[in-house]
Design a protein around this ligand. Sequence first.
Ligand SMILES: [Zn+2]
Length: 183
Amino acid sequence: MRLLIVAPILFLHTEIIVRVLKLDISGVPESWITLEHAVGYYATGTVAYTLGDPMSTLHGGHNRCGLRSTVDVHPIIAVNGTSAAGKLLSAAPRLTRHNHKLFRRDRYTCGYCGGLFREHQLEREHVIPTSRGGKDTWANVVSACRSCNQLKGAKTPDGKVPGAAGVAVSRAGATMPGASSPR
Ligand SMILES: [Zn+2]
């Protein structure tokens, strides 16, 4: 008897929140989301695949023919878009004051004379000089030996540059540091 009285009270105070596990496209769990949030992904066609049998069916409005829309929500959904792992891999490392990553990307080679140098003999060179609006980005920097850097000065790649100017321009096309380990 006692249970019959207590049970409805417990039921009234127990809020059952159904959650859906959201994965990125590569299957890495991202977050728990509400049913309503999950329906948003179904409605926009961004659910790439689902796992498990539908655990809930949500009903929408009626169309002109009187048919009511329904969405079967699965316990696990993978959503299209950039994966968390992909974001990490595609994030370009920051250019640092010490230029280690830049010199490593360029394999310790001067972008102008093509010579191989030690790290302390190299400097960060802006292909389009900062004085001419060049930015401090991976696409606009190249390793240069000190003598080439001094000779180039504030000239643009179109101007008279020492050594193989074409090398510098083509190297600037390499916007990301190489993934290989330094030698
Ligand atoms: Zn040089």
